[in-house]
Write a protein that binds this ligand. Structure first.
Ligand SMILES: [Zn+2]
Length: 377
């Protein structure tokens, strides 16, 4: 990963680059951003820049020996610490560790903007708890006692330190108090409130905002060659979350809105037979499509709310959908819509925690039917 691969965040890139120029690199930095912010890619690009032997004004050269290793995430002076569940029954610890790292590198190569859910599905551990274990903290200390192999710096990139086992967190704290020379800690977190205050106070905070709509739109149309009209829709749905936006590229809009209106119709009519069938079909889809459908539904519900609030001229929805949305908004009130949003969000929450998709959708449908059309016996 290089800075040029990451849209937006110019201010942060600039600051990171300048800190190296000035020779005052903080030994512990916390890249903090909400779910969907580009804090991990930025930390990765920063490591590439730090190791580069021929740094340019705005980015790593991308061509030197260290760069060619960094972009494959195999630089020996970049250590990755990340949460993981049990990946298999192998008893050989060394082999397990090597496998994990290899898998994590492939994940970064394939989904550099991925989140924790993407990571757990990548190695097939969706149904297991993830953690950065106590052993992992011992590993950190062990590898820090070694001098850098090739680079001037030894980088310890801790992704999602909020998943540190408490004793691992204490171990980390000790190192942060007295860091070995030329060691740089990059903590990449979505939830600062879950970190120990003492860890927070020892790190320099780099706040990474979500992408602006314009930045996301340019990325989609120029880098991903998405057609402008479709890009606009995706930008609206993704709310600055690049990872989400990339997933939405493959979602068929027409099919999704067809699905949504049929679902709402069946809820309104209290057609439980239909709703059961819908839930069964939903169950057959892969996790990503299920999630996308619900996110898409949320966006249409939000659009209905905007219409009710008299902001219908924003006109993000077009043609046939507009007509159906109009019909739906007649049936609803602001209170009902808020309740619907809550229920769909709740369904997404349970889906992301790997409940049965069929049960989740059917259960939400029953509750939605009561909300949308309470007068029907
Ligand atoms: Zn280079």
């Amino acid at each position: 990963m290089k800075f040029v691969d990451i849209p937006g965040a110019d201010f942060i890139k600039d600051k990171l680059i300048k800190s190296i120029g000035s020779g005052k690199i903080p030994h512990a930095q916390l890249f903090l951003g909400n779910e969907g912010a580009l804090n991990l890619p930025l930390a990765l690009a920063y490591t590439t820049f730090l190791h580069c032997e021929n740094r340019q004004d705005t980015d790593a050269c991308g061509a030197c020996g260290p760069c060619s290793k960094s972009v494959k995430y195999i630089h020996p002076d970049t250590n990755f610490v990340f949460p993981v569940g049990n990946m298999g029954a192998d008893k050989d610890e060394e082999r397990v560790k090597a496998d994990r790292l290899k898998t994590f590198r492939s994940f970064l190569l394939e989904q550099p903007f991925g989140n924790l859910d993407d990571w757990t599905s990548f190695y097939g551990g969706e149904d297991k708890q993830v953690l950065i274990s106590k052993d992992e903290s011992r590993e950190i200390i062990k590898s820090l006692s070694l001098k850098p192999f090739e680079s001037r710096y030894k980088i310890m990139l801790v992704w999602q330190p909020e998943y540190l086992h408490s004793s691992a967190a204490n171990g980390l704290l000790k190192i942060l108090e007295e860091p070995p020379p030329f060691t740089i800690f990059l903590l990449v977190s979505n939830k600062a409130e879950k970190l120990l205050a003492t860890i927070l106070s020892r790190t320099q905070l780099i706040k990474v905002p979500m992408l602006a709509d314009e930045e996301l739109s340019v990325f989609l149309t120029e880098k991903k060659k998405v057609e402008l009209q479709k890009a606009k829709k995706i930008v609206h749905l993704a709310e600055g979350n690049l990872n989400q936006a990339l997933k939405l590229i493959d979602t068929e809009d027409e099919q999704s809105s067809e699905w949504f209106f049929n679902w709402m119709g069946a809820c309104f009519q209290h057609r439980y037979d239909k709703l059961l069938l819908t839930s069964e079909e939903f169950h057959q889809l892969d996790r990503l499509s299920q999630r996308n459908l619900l996110y898409f539904s949320l966006s249409l519900v939000r659009e209905t709310l905007l219409r009710l609030a008299g902001a219908g001229t924003i006109n993000r929805v077009q043609g046939n959908d507009m007509e159906r949305l109009q019909k739906l908004s007649v049936l609803l009130t602001v209170e009902k819509i808020e309740r619907i949003q809550f229920l769909i969000n709740e369904a997404i929450f349970h889906l992301e925690r790997n409940g049965s998709a069929k049960m989740i959708l059917f259960d939400s449908s029953i509750q939605l039917a009561k909300v949308i059309n309470p007068s029907k016996p």
